[in-house]
Ligand binder design. Structure first.
Ligand SMILES: [Zn+2]
Length: 417
């Protein structure tokens, strides 16, 4: 069967070929060459690496980039974000997500976990862009409306289940402070029933922990566990204030924590995700950008550098997180749930990989993993392949000019562009 073949790539210092078929890697290694009918790329000695996985974002919030970002969190949400979100139409979400996808393709992300309104429009945008995503519409009932929220979530789940293989489905209760106990419990039950993932913000601010202790007499992870939301298909975004017992509980349940270091810095949460303790406890860990409203970039290379620097700084120990380990976390290899079901770049793994500009100023000298973490930005990505399809070649994503124009038009329509 014909597919995509890459020749002359460099993997771990060795010249290799890769053949992709049906969205997966069919062969990889020194002797691999194209078969008749294959689309062929001559990598010309470019480094071959796995694509990146953005474990937490709100893709369509590209529309909010640079809008009120200097305000404190609650004022930003109440005065800027929420009034505009009440006017969102599916086409706004579609073009905002297409814009996010263009940026992610350009900077090497193949797969992302999304929590945003109008999830069906997000799914359509992801499919049209050629990426993969786990998508859930947010659940919030802090101001009431639980039943309406449930009915909408069931409609979204049904609609998302109809989409193609690139889309996985999640229930996405926003957080323990914006969702009632009843709705959290309901989300856990529906996720179990439908085999869907759970995607929730947890322990982002210290206030959240204090409030949870006051209201429920237990810390956030224990509270979620009691309500049935901690499982192997649960992604917890942030986890800044998790303590040792919570990390051990999360590890025992097999849940994944996605750290969003740049968003944490920008929103000035005042703490750092305790990665060394999480690793010690055996917690699966991934890396995310969070939304473009609170980062504001979707270039995961920037988050990777911030992650490594913050961990070294917080530990007062430059040996605490080796560059190769940080890089693997950004590829999803430390959290099976994030989408890389096996070691990336092996036969049978999803054909999601990058060819890098090996001759770029940032990568020309030095050890590759260290350069990728500390020197590179997403501009070192030359080719992005997702599910065996070439989404970018030569650093250009086809159709970007139209996507930028259409997204800007939608932002102007909303009065924020
Ligand atoms: Zn978020």
């Amino acid at each position: 069967m014909s597919g995509l073949a890459v020749t002359g790539a460099v993997l771990d210092g060795e010249i290799v070929g890769v053949r992709c078929s049906d969205g997966a890697i069919a062969a990889i290694g020194a002797g691999v060459s194209p078969q008749p009918g294959d689309v062929t790329i001559d990598a010309g000695g470019a480094p071959l690496v796995p694509a990146l996985v953005n474990g937490h974002t709100h893709a369509a919030m590209t529309l909010f980039r640079g809008y009120g970002g200097d305000l404190p969190l609650m004022r930003w949400l109440r005065e800027k974000v929420w009034p505009v979100e009440s006017r969102l139409e599916p086409e706004d979400v579609y073009w905002g997500t297409r814009l996010a996808c263009a940026e992610m393709i350009r900077t090497g992300t193949a797969r992302f976990w999304d929590m945003y309104w109008r999830p069906e429009a997000t799914a359509r945008a992801v499919e049209d862009a050629g990426l993969r995503a786990t998508i859930g519409g947010p659940l919030l009932d802090a101001d009431g409306g639980t039943e309406k929220m449930q009915a909408g979530a069931l409609r979204d789940l049904d609609a998302l289940a109809e989409r193609g293989a690139a889309i996985d489905v999640a229930l996405a209760p926003h957080s323990i402070y914006a969702v009632s106990e009843a709705l959290l419990r309901w989300a856990g039950e529906r996720a179990a029933e439908r085999g869907a993932a759970i995607h929730i913000h947890l322990s982002e601010t210290e206030q959240e922990v204090t409030d949870c202790l006051a209201a429920h007499g237990e810390r956030p992870a224990a509270y979620l566990d009691r309500l049935g939301l901690l499982g192997e298909r649960t992604v917890l975004a942030h986890g800044v204030w998790l303590d040792q017992a919570e990390l051990e509980l999360i590890a025992a349940r097999g849940s994944t924590v996605v750290t969003n270091p740049v968003a944490n810095l920008k929103l000035a949460v005042g703490g750092v995700f305790p990665y060394p303790a999480a690793r010690e406890a055996g917690v699966a860990v991934g890396l995310g950008t969070d939304g473009a409203g609170s980062n504001d970039s979707l270039d995961l290379f920037a988050d990777l550098k911030a992650f490594a620097l913050m961990q070294r700084h917080a530990a007062g120990d430059p040996t605490v997180l080796p560059a190769a380990e940080a890089w693997r976390i950004a590829t999803g290899a430390h959290a099976r749930l994030l989408g890389v079901v096996q070691e990336p770049l092996s036969v049978g793994a999803p054909a999601d990989f990058l060819l890098l500009r090996g001759d770029s100023p940032e990568l020309g000298i030095g050890e590759l993993a260290s350069d990728l973490v500390y020197a590179a930005s997403g501009s070192v990505v030359e080719t992005t392949v997702v599910a065996g399809r070439v989404l970018m070649r030569g650093g250009e994503v086809e159709g970007t000019a139209e996507i930028v124009a259409r997204a800007a038009e939608r932002a102007r329509r909303l009065g924020i562009g």
